[in-house]
Design a protein around this ligand. Structure first.
Ligand code: C2E
Ligand code: CA
Ligand code: CA
Ligand code: CA
Length: 281
């Protein structure tokens, strides 16, 4: 029995060791990823549900690892956050996305008001010079702050409300729009969010997936959208995959949506081709 126990312990230990090593390796790789141009920003269109037109984009980070291939952001962003690398990576994403927004507004004169939505981790939001850094990026890229949206998850904001509200107010003063991401997955109530200076609510994909079912979730989703509208918030539904989901959202008055029903996130070249060939302009 003793020997078995020991063997077990050794296996466990080796697995832990392997994970730790792999993690360390990825950390080191991530440090080099920016300089080696392995990071890319992909763009997913955000669509007006009534006309099908592209109104803007969400910027989504991608890491093309030289040996491991595409590593999903849900896997490496936590590493970036724990190591502090999220600051330099996040600033790089912001600069890229703002540059691209400006370029597309100029290149496609039908679309001077395309907006760009960028995800912001709570680690970035509480970084000392964030507001200054963003102001500098806007100046550098010539991006009009009105066309920048920053997405912050509901859970991140709710956890650190006292710290975060003054920062959100400064960002609002710059003219930037603020969006609560993944709404419905945390525990905040809309009545609480009312006190945050936000312009936009993004309804989480899990809600959108449930709206065609005749259970309570659909009712909650429609109530959320109604209440958000009556509070003067813009609503974006994420993860729309079917015509049926779209029809329901439209009937509820939800004006903006994104999802595979229209397009997956693509690199800047493919997104430009999409913009150039968009029949709806
Ligand atoms: P998110 O902000 O909730 O982004 C939406 C995710 O849903 C994206 O996954 C997108 O590709 C995916 N998606 C969009 N439409 C559909 C659909 O119709 N069906 C399905 N099944 N999925 C859809 P992605 O690109 O893998 O990103 C995952 C998460 O990683 C993001 O979730 C966000 O939390 C984080 N992330 C991505 N880029 C950044 C970034 O630049 N900074 C930070 N801090 N986080 C980022
Ligand atoms: Ca998002
Ligand atoms: Ca989301
Ligand atoms: Ca999410």
């Amino acid at each position: 029995a003793k020997a078995g126990g020991k063997a077990c312990y050794m296996v466990f230990d080796q697995t832990m060791h392997r994970h730790a090593l792999e993690r360390l390796q990825l950390e080191n790789d991530l440090r080099r990823a920016i300089d080696d141009h392995q990071l890319q920003v992909y763009y997913q269109p955000i669509i007006a549900t009534d006309t099908g037109r592209i109104t803007g984009f969400e910027a989504l980070l991608r890491w093309q690892h030289p040996e491991r291939g595409m590593i999903p952001p849900n896997y490496f962003i936590p590493i970036a956050e724990e190591t502090g690398l999220i600051q330099v990576i996040g600033q790089w994403v912001l600069r890229e996305a703002c540059q691209r927004a400006k370029l597309w507004q100029l290149t496609f004169p039908q679309s001077p008001s395309l907006f760009m939505s960028v995800n912001l981790s709570i680690h970035q939001l509480t970084y000392p010079n964030l507001v200054e850094i963003i102001a500098d990026i806007l100046t550098e890229t010539g991006c009009d702050p009105r066309y920048l949206k920053l997405e912050i998850t509901e859970s991140a904001i709710a956890q650190k409300a006292e710290t975060v509200i003054p920062i959100l107010e400064q960002l609002t003063a710059l003219g930037i729009q603020l969006c609560i991401d993944d709404f419905g997955t945390g525990y905040s109530s809309l009545s609480r969010l009312y006190y945050f200076p936000i312009t936009t609510l993004k309804v989480d994909r899990s809600f959108v997936a449930a709206i065609t079912q005749s259970n309570g979730t659909a009712k909650i989703a429609s109530a959320i959208i109604n209440l958000a509208h009556s509070l003067g918030l813009e609503v974006i539904a994420e993860g729309v995959e079917t015509e049926q989901q779209l029809a329901i959202l439209r009937s509820w008055g939800c004006q903006l949506a994104q999802g595979y029903h229209w397009a997956k996130p693509e690199n800047s070249q493919d997104t430009e081709a999409l913009l150039a060939s968009s029949p709806c302009w």
